[in-house]
Design a protein around this ligand. Sequence first.
Ligand SMILES: Cc1ncc(COP(=O)(O)O)c(C=O)c1O
Length: 438
Amino acid sequence: MTGQPGLRSLARSRDLMTATARVVAGGVGSADRALVAPHPIFIARGAGPRMWDVDGNEYVDYLLGYGPLVLGHAHPRLVEALTQQARLGTIYGAGHPLELAAAERLTALVPSMEQVRFGQSGTEAVESAVRLARAATGRSLILKFEGHYHGWSDQIAVSYAPGAEQAGPAERPATVPMSQGQPARTYQDVVVLGWNDLAAVQRLFAERGGRIAAVLTEPIACNYGVIEPAGGFLPGLRALCDRHGALLIFDEVQTGVRISLGGAQAVLGVTPDITCMGKAVSGGVPASVIGGRRDLMELIADRRVFQSGTYNTNPLCLAAIPVVLDRLAEPGTHAEMERLSRRLRAGIAQLIGPLGGYVQGTSTMFGIGFGPGPLRTMRDGWQNSTEKIMELKRALWSTGVYTKPTPRDIWYVSTEHTEADIDETLERAAEAVRLVRF
Ligand SMILES: Cc1ncc(COP(=O)(O)O)c(C=O)c1O
């Protein structure tokens, strides 16, 4: 194995954490980062598929900034484009040619996107999509699925990870807020059902179809492992929406450009009315996209639906989009990422299988779990051992494999991971497996 000494010092990260926590709430910039143990690590730099912490420890990175870094860290073409643009200005508060260039590319690639608008985060894109759907239909109810994450807004951040004691019966799940401070009235028009349960969606439409503005779903569930839709589920949603005059919104913040240049919808063959993208579309600088049918986007065009933002279409972020699309469009790029992802998945499965673990995923994303797996719904995951996966994660971090610090697991592979990285990762993972005590 190249490089990782047995016991790694995290002294500088520990000191930084102590100092940072005095002035930054919790010492971290986003909730889940606090879960890295024995304490959050602080990163000095990243290059390609690797990053180095402030103590000099090196990690093969499979978190990739929670998904955006589809070209790895500091990709030379991205650095070049961003540097050039920074010299020309980072925000104009007016139109510029990069907007047209990015929009033309995306509308040509993503089946549902006849027109787009840009924002910064996935949360914002989903907020815009929900507002647009309600305006277009004159209805208020939104159906979302248990375990799906669509950002942290008051109205949609519900039933992300409810426990059995809160979640209510499977046929009629409760709408459970993620956070204190979310008034019940903000999500009273959000109905929650189990994913992959078409019969339950059919019952809901039979009862309240005339009131449903939209069905909001990740086309591949990426927030409690990586779970593909059951055969017929997405076409079933499409047909129900059509029959009842509701809109279908795909949240492709995780899957957009990663599953294919046209997103999951291009591969799965179901076209939503509205699509949200974020993360990988801009390769690590903050951009998100909402797009859809021209007649719907018309409501935004003529300002009946307000969509706005100081940083919208800022040229620094839009300069990144064509770089990502160009790199991913090179022949064989997705196929090679998927091949490496399959090799890694198979290797990890072999290592954790004897410990009662499984690997589940598709394309360039997968998650691991310790329990009966594979999962079909969020509730299946209740049987998984959170202790075991977190113990393995601690061991992986200590051997230099960086992955998401929550039991709801996801690993991402980038264009920059190589066969040698996968080999080395599997060696480090084998060492991690030797370290766990279960
Ligand atoms: C499917 C999905 N939608 C929306 C979001 C929110 O995106 P952001 O964190 O950029 O607001 C996420 C974030 O992980 C996500 O996974």
